[in-house]
Design a protein around this ligand. Structure first.
Ligand code: SF4
Length: 228
């Protein structure tokens, strides 16, 4: 598998926020979000090819954490991701998969963390907009989303960049029949200052619409530093 990094930290987002976890970050993504916070695993994928055995040894020697997060990039485009999750489950890890929900693979996981990309993610200017059309074509895959929701315990995380984005979130959850209790909204931010400012209006939106708000501890505590 093409791996960007394996590290130990606290889960920074979603319903398991704060849980000590080993992160396996795969490198490579089929999308190109304008504000991607891991460009080294998407726009310019970096890393090393690691056999499954080497990945598992690194996870096992990692600090005794019982939660593993398979993230990216987009882990579901990795050929061996299902096998990796089977092996992790043999070791009785709690497994979270973090995906944009555009590709299906029969992985083994305890929490499918789906983060569908809203239109605010389309890279209209970055690299002259050359990825915009392809990104827009791929970012919502109804068949894949429905299958992931049917097959797994899931949470649905939306990255919100402006108050107007909420109309798109509401349309999405209605179209796909997402239970409100599974929805989390989190502010699009790459710095602590940005997160601080956007959390103010996002909190009001969450209160008004009865949505759960997600922290982003990796930005709040470590400023989005790599390996956190
Ligand atoms: S789906 Fe995730 S990894 Fe891929 S470009 Fe978007 S934010 Fe980055």
């Amino acid at each position: 598998m093409f791996i960007s990094e394996i590290f130990y930290s606290l889960q920074g987002e979603g319903r398991l926020a704060g849980t000590p976890s080993v992160f396996i970050r795969t490198s490579g993504c089929n999308l190109r979000c304008a504000w991607c916070d891991t460009p080294y695993a998407s726009w310019k994928p970096e890393g090393r090819h690691m056999p499954l055995g080497a990945i598992l040894s690194e996870v096992r020697r990692n600090w005794g954490a019982r939660h593993v997060v398979v993230t990216g990039g987009e882990p579901m485009i990795q050929e061996d991701v299902a096998l990796l999750t089977e092996r992790l489950k043999e070791d009785e890890f709690h497994i979270t998969i973090e995906t944009a929900g555009t590709v299906y693979q029969p992985v083994v996981c305890d929490l499918m963390s789906i983060s569908p990309k809203l239109s605010n993610s389309t890279p209209r200017r970055r690299e002259g907009g050359r990825w915009a059309a392809e990104h827009d074509r791929l970012r919502i895959q109804p068949g894949v989303l429905r299958r992931l929701m049917a097959d797994y315990d899931y949470q649905m995380k939306f990255v919100v960049g402006a108050p107007d984005d909420i109309a798109e979130v509401l349309a999405f959850i209605e179209e796909f029949g997402v239970e409100r209790g599974r929805v989390l909204l989190m502010a699009q931010a790459s710095t602590q200052q940005e997160l601080f400012e956007r959390n103010y209006w996002l909190a009001d939106i969450c209160k008004f619409h009865y949505f759960r708000m997600s922290v982003r501890m990796q930005i709040d505590i470590w400023g989005g530093e790599r390996g956190t």
